[in-house]
Design a protein around this ligand. Structure first.
Ligand code: SF4
Length: 394
């Protein structure tokens, strides 16, 4: 019996739809761009009446998770972040007793660069991953049906918010009794929750950068895709630098406050090189991919911001999207005198020894050259600094 029938039967026996929803467990694999949109899903589902404790994310990616639950489910060759999805789905199915599995097909992403770039699409592999990996769970028998789990894979285009209620309603009504109006409101709540979270993260990053300015200390910027924050995908390289004593910030959550961006990009705008601080057309004209655009913008930010003295680039093995960006990002960063290091070809194996040796080498360079880098970058900027970065009235 499919979940909706169970749901209708229970509802007919008494109790409203929202009461029933409180009892349903919904599993979400913590993979790819769920890392940058998870707050939307939490806001959306709680608004629909799902209990927060019943919204269950899979664990971080790990070799064990893939070996235990994902092996044998992969029918195509791909980068590891996509293949890892099989382990996440398997783990949710085998260990969490879920009623619904939600694996969104994310076509485009929420991005602070929207409006200044051509588009904010996700990688095609990100979008197709749910369908590709699903095939491994239905090829011999339909594992979802067998386990009584409703598989939902809604098409999600964050760049077209007016379409979100339509596609999410079409998808969710296959599993629960829900009205279009409820979904519309839940989308609004989800987007608000995501914006609130992003704002908070940018505020925290600004606080870290202000501390670096106050103490005149170097900071390391990680340029990567959001899912490299997953310890099993990014191998916690950021934490290695933190353990050396460096503040580490991620490109996704750099501050976007007017005063700071005017200080960093004002001269380029006045010179007519760019039309606004988020314009990347001076260095990257094919600005279709959201994550790629943000990596390029992060490189520009790092090239101008004095206390970011080193950029660490992370990339996964077989990532076709990252390949064309390697040279431009390196050139943007190094042209400014900022140090640049790359950990490319990351896959499921964590090469602990070689990571440690490389981090030690990078630590040596950052310690040796940061003071001079900060001085030279400060000289290129206008003397009037924003408040928090040595500006007046502090
Ligand atoms: S951007 Fe690269 S790592 Fe990410 S899904 Fe696409 S190909 Fe894989």
């Amino acid at each position: 019996m499919i979940l909706l029938d169970v749901f209708k039967k229970r509802t007919a026996e008494g109790g409203g739809f929202r009461e029933e929803r409180k009892k349903l467990k919904i599993g979400i694999p913590k993979f790819l761009n769920i890392w940058s949109t998870h707050r939307f899903w939490i806001g959306f589902l709680t608004s629909l009446g799902f209990e927060p404790r019943n919204i269950i994310f899979s664990s971080d990616t790990s070799e064990e998770q893939f070996r235990e639950y994902g092996k044998g489910r992969i029918g195509m060759d791909s980068c590891y972040p996509v293949k890892a999805l099989a382990g996440h789905i398997g783990e949710l199915l085998m260990t969490k007793k879920i009623d619904i599995l939600l694996v969104p097909m994310i076509y485009s992403l929420p991005s602070f660069l929207r409006g200044s770039v051509v588009d904010v699409l996700s990688c095609t592999r990100v979008m197709m991953a749910p369908e590709n990996i699903k095939a491994g769970f239905i090829k011999e028998e339909n594992t979802f049906e067998k386990m009584g789990v409703k598989h939902l894979s809604p098409f999600v285009s964050f760049s077209e918010p007016h379409l979100l209620p339509k596609y999410l309603y079409e998808s969710f009504r296959q599993a629960i009794e829900v009205t279009y109006e409820e979904v519309e409101k839940a989308v609004r709540d989800g987007l608000e929750e995501l914006e609130r979270f992003d704002r908070e993260m940018r505020k925290k990053t600004r606080e870290i950068l202000e501390w670096c300015a106050r103490e005149n200390r170097p900071c390391i910027l990680i340029l990567a895709r959001p899912y490299h924050m997953d310890p099993g995908i990014g191998h916690e390289i950021d934490a290695e630098f933190q353990s050396c004593g460096y503040p580490v910030v991620w490109g996704q959550y750099l501050p976007t406050d007017r005063d700071l961006l005017q200080w960093l990009f004002g001269a380029d705008i006045e010179a007519g090189l760019i039309k606004d601080p988020f314009d990347i057309s001076d260095v990257w004209t094919s600005s279709y991919s959201s994550n790629t655009n943000e990596i390029i913008w992060g490189a520009k930010f790092a090239a101008r911001f004095p206390w970011i003295t080193a950029v660490v680039r992370l990339s996964s093995y077989e990532c076709g999207m990252d390949q064309p960006t390697f040279t431009p990002v390196q050139k943007i960063v190094e042209h400014s005198g900022t140090l640049y290091f790359k950990f490319g070809d990351l896959d499921e194996t964590r090469p602990s020894g070689s990571i440690k040796i490389r981090v030690e080498t990078i630590d040596y360079y950052v310690r040796k050259y940061s003071e001079g880098i900060i001085e030279r970058k400060l000289k290129r900027l206008k003397p009037q600094r924003p408040i928090g970065f040595g500006g007046e009235c502090e």
